[in-house]
Design a binder for this molecule. Sequence first.
Ligand code: ZN
Length: 133
Amino acid sequence: MKPSHIEHLGIAVKSLEESIPYYENLLGTKCYNVEEVKDQRVKTAFFLIGETKIELLESTDPEGPIGKFLEKKGEGIHHIAFAVENATEALAEAEAQGIALIDKVSRKGAEGMNIGFLHPKSTHGVLIEFCNK
Ligand code: ZN
């Protein structure tokens, strides 16, 4: 399944309160959505740059995935998300090629997207997400 474009880049931050004004200033555009994703134990903030979004991720739980990432690596790029027609089908195709998955089927992410992750041990150390509307 060929991705149509990079849907978003996820960046782990310690504080949305500090990083939202910073990115608004850097990018010259307003954050258009802040949303908590309980399932992922994060609060997200979105900026639109052309077709691609920047997703800032603040942890709401030190034991959650972003909490652990910040603890280990500090702030920085967390994942890259490719837009595909159907995330569940894209995950199944990846698995058929021997790529390890975090999610076998897609689940609900921020902005009502269906999302699923490949395992970074199979992707040269990059956490890759497939997503569709
Ligand atoms: Zn994402």
